[in-house]
Ligand binder design. Structure first.
Ligand code: ADP
Ligand code: MG
Length: 276
């Protein structure tokens, strides 16, 4: 099927077609956007009317108090809420509404990868963690796999620490290394967009700083959307910030504006640490 045909997402990242990205009024390339996104857990409306556009090759932080709907929003973007919630509205990606029923979710997740709060490496070797999904998707060439292992680990800033023993169990790595391995595993699929839900919150400050450096490096190739509780982290790494409050996006702007002159009083209170 041709690119852009409803239901099909068989586009390869090796041959990106720039024209399939929508431009906003400021001529920014938009990697993903939501329109009127609503999420219900049973009767409970956890997210209401979220309209957000994410610029390509930028980092967008999602901030807000616990329970404000950040994870609900993020998980909806690659259909992780399908089994637990009702998700209404549109999620536009390369001209397709990926929230529609006829989307191949498995295929879509190759383009939109996810990293969770707790590192979840497989109980396999470092290299097998990275090659597992690739093999499932039909990549068997040994040289090609070895090359992807190396590139992904380098991009995730873990290569130097593990290159001498790629057969070692992933579970023997430290928490910070495991999280970078999981990031390497996600980027090995060459996704377009990387979703991260508080990837550094369970880590010590040094590992957390390494993850931040990794993200700065990764945004050259990927569009990144990250949930974070850490205001310093949001202000350091992200280009844009969306502030969530009780299931609504109250303010969305350039990060420096959110942190220096936000428009909404609630945002001012939150970024100043008055609640949350
Ligand atoms: P955040 O990530 O900002 O802390 P969440 O998206 O996890 O917030 O939660 C938003 C709201 O949705 C909260 O009221 C939470 O209790 C509720 N919620 C989240 N996940 C579920 C679930 N699986 N089932 C029922 N309610 C949920
Ligand atoms: Mg959360």
């Amino acid at each position: 099927m041709a690119a852009g045909t409803q239901g099909s997402l068989n586009l390869t990242n090796e041959q990106p077609d720039r024209h399939i990205y929508h431009m906003d009024e400021n001529k920014h390339e938009i990697a993903l956007s939501t329109k009127n996104l609503e999420v219900y857990y049973g009767d409970h409306l956890a997210l209401q009317g979220a309209d957000l556009s994410f610029e390509r090759f930028k980092i967008t932080s999602l901030i807000g108090a616990s329970g404000s709907g950040k994870s609900t929003f993020l998980r909806s973007l690659n259909r992780m809420n399908d089994d637990v919630a009702t998700v209404k509205g549109n999620i536009m990606y390369r001209g397709l509404d990926i929230n529609s029923q006829d989307i191949d979710v498995y295929e879509m997740r190759k383009h939109i990868g996810m990293v969770f709060q707790r590192p979840n490496p497989f109980a396999k070797s470092i290299s097998d963690n990275i090659t597992f999904a690739l093999k499932q998707h039909g990549v068997h060439d040994k040289a090609k796999l070895a090359e992807i292992v190396e590139t992904s680990l380098k991009q995730a800033a873990l290569w130097d620490e593990v290159k001498d023993d790629l057969k070692k169990s992933a579970l023997s790595l430290s928490g910070g290394q495991q999280q970078r391995l999981v990031i390497a595993r996600a980027i090995a699929m060459q996704p377009d967009i990387l979703l991260l839900d508080e990837p550094a919150s369970a880590l010590d400050p040094i590992s957390s700083a390494k993850i931040e450096d990794t993200l700065m490096e990764l945004k050259k190739r990927f569009t990144i959307i990250i949930v974070t509780h850490n205001m310093q982290q949001a202000s350091r790494v992200s280009d844009y910030t969306a502030f969530f409050h009780t299931g609504q996006v109250l303010e969305y702007d350039l990060t420096r504006k959110i942190f220096t002159r936000p428009k909404v009083q609630m945002t001012i209170d939150y970024v100043n640490g008055n609640f949350g």
